[in-house]
Each structure stands twice: as C-alpha cells, then as structure tokens.
Design a protein around this ligand. Structure first.
Ligand code: NAD
Ligand code: UGA
Length: 469
C-alpha cells in the first residue's frame, strides 16, 4: 500500500444496502482510514448507530461493531462530510423512473444528480468522486459536467466502481469478491485517482482480481452482469414451463445443462421468478439505453428477460387457481417466506408482492410468514384490499390454511415438521413449492397435493384423464 493512502478520509453518500455494508468492510480492512457514511434519512442513520441495524445481512453486525466509533461513523451532516473527505463514494438509489420520458424504463437520476450538485457546492479541496450506484453508461460524463460547472478552483476526478455484492451474502462478497472493477479516464488525474482506489482494495483483495478499465466499460459491465445473471434465471424458468407440459424434470435438466463447464451450474435454479431491487430495473435501464441508441433488436432481446419473469410469476398464480378447483375465494393461503431471496429481510420487487396481490384479487385470505421480512411485508401490502395476517411462526401461519405457497428458499423451511403442518390444514391440502427446496415425494406420502416448479405434480386425485395415453 502506498504511504499516501494512510490517514485518508472516505465519505459515502447513501447508507443503504450497498453503502452501509461496503463502507463497513472498507473500515474493517483499513483501520487507519476514516470512513463516514451519510444519508438524508435520519432514522436510517440512527439504526446504523444502534444495535438494530436497518438491514439484515449475515455477519454484518460483527463487522460494524468492530469498526464503528473507531474509524467508521454514520451521520447526517453531509456538508461537513464532503468538506472533510478525500474520496467520496456516491451510493444513492437509482430506481426506475416513474414519470415523463422513459417512464417505467429509464433510471431515475434525480438523487444522483442532487448529490453531484451538493458535492460541487460544498467541496473546498480536490475530491475523487466514485460512482458506486449502478448508473447508465455515460453517466460519468454528466457527473463531470455538473462537478466542473461554474466558477470554482476545485478539481474533481470521477471514477466508476460498481458494486457486485448480492444480498444475503454481502459481507462475504465484499471480503472475497470475484473482482473489483474500477473505471477511469486515461488522463494523469484519472490514473492517479484510480491508483488511490486500487490501493485501498488491495489491502484485502489480490491484485489480479482488481480489474481496471475505461470508465464506460466499467459502467456498462455492471448493467451487463446483472442482465446476464437474470437472463440465466429467465432461461431456466422458461424451460420449467415446458417441463411441466412434457414430464421432464427441471432439476434434472438444469443439472445436465450446468455440468457443461462452458455453461456452469450456478444461477440455474427454477423459481417463481427473480426479485430484488436491481435485476428488473437494470435490465429496463439497459433496454432504454438500447432504444435511445436506436438498437431496437438488442432492446427487444433483453426485454424478453423481464417478460419471461412476469410470465413466471403469473403462471404460478394461475397454476394455484387451476389446481384448487378454479376458485380461491375465501380460501386461506399461507405464504411461506416473503423476502425476495433467503438470508435477507429485503422484499423489494419480491415475487411475493405480486403473488400476494394476485391471490387477494382472487379473494383469498393470506397469512404471511418470514423470519426476517415481516416488517417489510407489512409495508408492501399496506393498503391492499383483503384479509392478511402476519406471523414469524410458520406453524401458526399454516394452521387452518388450504394451501401453502413457498415463496422464499429459507433453508429452515425444508426441515419443518410437515406431518404436523398437514394435520393442521384444511383438506385436501395443497403445497406449491415456488423454489423446489422441499422433499416432494415425502410431502406426497404425508398426504399433500404437491406442485413443484417444472416437475410433474404429485396429487392424490386419481380421476383425472390420462393426457399422455
Ligand atoms: P438503498 O435505497 O438501500 O439506499 C440508498 C440510500 O441513499 C437511501 O438510504 C437514501 O436515503 C439515500 N439517499 C438518496 N438520496 C440521497 C442524497 N441526496 N443524499 C444522501 N443520501 C441520499 O439503495 P441500495 O440498495 O443501497 O442501492 C444503491 C445503489 O447501488 C443503486 O444504484 C443500486 O442499483 C446499486 N446496487 C445495489 C445492490 C443491492 O444489492 N441492493 C447491489 C449492487 C448495486
Ligand atoms: C444481484 C446480483 O447477484 C449481484 O451481483 C448484484 O450486485 C445485485 O443483484 C445488484 O446489482 O443489486 P441480488 O439481487 O441481491 O444480487 O441477489 P441474487 O442472488 O442475484 O438473486 C436475485 C433473484 O434471483 C432472487 O429473487 C433469487 O431468488 C433469484 N434467483 C437466483 C433464482 O430465481 N434462481 C437462481 O438460480 C438464482
């Protein structure tokens, strides 16, 4: 590490799912670097300063506790933070724009732009400004134009350093990243700034995993990584629909395909569809960019990934309705899990939200259970018309229900006492495994009618015509 990097001061604007964990890990790995995280949301900051962090991430409590008050600080004084910092990470939210041009597709850059203007207004010394948020390619140019506008003596150097952590494994992803990507201009200031950031990560990441590129490649690679990951899920989900028509088994297909080392086995689990705050918004952002550049065929191709995801969620509900005698009205349905994936309390874009709303349209009564996401589930479904109850206890949730819909792949759900659950349910009892994590044969033997994703259903109804005869 270069001596110049000792005693530097880092600021992160945006104390969310990315800003909080990323800065906590930098602070824990670089005890001599002062790391301050600021946010406009004082409640969020208060929670970062408490024993009850605003996000649930395995291992995060320990990392925060090890550095907080030593060289990691959470606060709301953004102006002072900007003035003190040498390096400023911008990690504010960049949701899908929901108005005007690009409505429902483009990235909403208002939070990001406010931050850029605030940095320009408050800075008194040169700063390295790092794009941590996921942004459309070419945003660094706009960032630089905003920072350089007007009469001031400060020099700003913009870097792109997108984040690849996944929720539920954020601490491990940050401590052992596949790669750290840093994009810069090829100017002497750009290269010097890049070196400063490389030196920080190099404290715990081996150099061969720190990839430096031009700034546009860095911005675009983030969108493309998410698009490729989501594309794999939509590909396997699309094939799951075909499996259900042909008695092929999606787990077997996925294994057979994934054993080809050119393809690899990860991200081939069929599901009720991908959720999370980023996949959909980042693909739509990519689609919007392609349309902006008149690349309509490319845009259509990527838009298909999102369309299949919507189809998969709807298919799950239609399947429930069809198999429960075409009516869900007044039936009790237990949603087993609500987070968009296991090991997080985050419910942003969770397929559970769509499924819950659609089931309520069918006048079903819902009981939602999740070990970490109940607080968020309540907010997501506040105002929805219908009868919904919440409990952290899965047995209480299943008690008296007609069907269980497994939404989140929490590992503890695989080892529930399903005999006890079966006895407490209305008969005939249905289980729809939206993640294929349960032992379907065993459930069938207990007496459930079992509907996995992309596999033959196991039912006790023997009066159906044999369609394969
Ligand atoms: P988030 O909504 O959890 O956090 C963003 C924070 O920024 C909020 O707390 C908000 O109050 C704050 N903020 C907004 N405007 C501000 C301003 N002007 N000044 C100070 N604070 C402000 O979002 P997130 O999930 O952390 O995502 C942040 C960015 O990182 C997004 O661009 C996202 O696409 C990207 N990203 C997210 C993940 C993830 O797993 N969530 C992973 C990789 C990249
Ligand atoms: C994803 C990427 O994995 C991260 O690299 C990226 O940084 C992040 O988005 C982001 O930019 O926000 P995340 O959304 O936290 O991370 O979680 P993933 O593990 O990617 O899962 C996303 C969704 O896909 C979840 O709903 C998950 O259940 C679903 N999924 C995942 C499947 O349905 N099948 C799979 O095989 C894998």
């Amino acid at each position: 590490m270069s001596e110049a990097n000792r005693n530097i001061s880092i600021l992160c604007i945006g104390a969310g799912y990315v800003g909080g964990p990323t800065m906590a890990v930098i602070a824990s790995k670089c005890p001599d670097v002062k790391v301050t995280v600021v946010d406009i949301n004082p409640e969020r900051i208060a929670r970062w300063n408490s024993d009850h962090l605003p996000i649930y991430e395995p291992g995060l409590d320990d990392v925060v506790r090890s550095a907080r008050g030593r060289n990691l600080f959470f606060g709301t004084d953004i102006v002072a933070g900007i003035q003190e910092a040498d390096i400023i990470f911008v990690s504010v939210n960049t949701p899908t724009k929901m108005f005007g041009t690009g409505n429902g597709m483009a990235a909403d850059l208002q939070y990001w732009e406010k931050t850029a203007r605030q940095i320009r207004e408050c800075a008194r010394t040169p700063k390295i400004v790092v794009e941590k948020s996921t942004l459309p390619v070419k945003t660094a140019q706009a960032m630089k134009r905003i920072l350089d506008a007007g009469n001031h003596q400060n020099r700003f150097t913009v870097l792109s350093n997108p984040e690849f952590l996944a929720e539920g494994s954020a601490v491990n992803d940050l401590e052992n990243p596949d790669r750290v990507l840093i994009g810069s201009d090829a100017t002497s200031e750009g290269l010097a700034a890049r070196k400063k950031l490389v030196d920080i990560y190099a404290r715990w990441v081996s150099r061969d995993r720190i990839l430096t590129t031009n700034i546009w490649s860095s911005e675009l690679s983030k969108l493309v990584s998410n698009a490729f990951l989501a594309q794999r899920i939509s590909s396997i989900n699309a094939i799951s629909a075909l499996c259900e028509k042909t008695d092929a088994d999606i787990s077997e297909v996925s294994k057979a395909v994934g054993m080809d080392s050119r393809l690899g086995s990860k991200f081939l689990n069929a599901s009720i569809g991908f959720g999370g705050s980023c996949f959909k918004k980042d693909i739509l952002n990519l689609v919007y960019l392609c349309r902006y550049y008149n690349l309509h065929e490319v845009a259509d191709y990527w838009e298909g990934v999102v369309r299949i995801n919507e189809y998969q969620k709807e298919r799950f509900v239609v399947n429930m309705l069809g198999n429960m005698f075409q009516t869900l009205s007044g039936k009790k349905i237990c949603l087993l899990g609500f987070a968009f994936k296991a090991h997080t309390g985050d419910t942003r874009e969770s397929p559970g939200i769509f499924i819950a709303r659609r089931l309520m349209e069918e006048q079903a009564e819902l009981i939602v259970t999740d070990p970490e996401a109940i607080e968020n589930a309540r907010q997501d479904l506040a105002g929805a018309q219908g009868n919904i109850r919440y409990t952290e206890d899965p047995y209480e949730a299943a008690d008296g229900s007609d069907a269980i819909a497994l939404i989140t792949e929490w590992p503890q759900y695989a080892s529930l006492d399903f005999e006890r659950i079966f006895r407490s349910m209305v008969q005939p009892a249905f289980i729809f495994d939206g993640r294929n994590i349960l032992d379907h044969q065993r459930l069938y033997e207990i007496g459930f009618n079992v509907f996995p994703i992309g596999k033959p259903a196991l039912t006790h109804f023997h009066d159906e015509p044999d369609m394969t005869a």
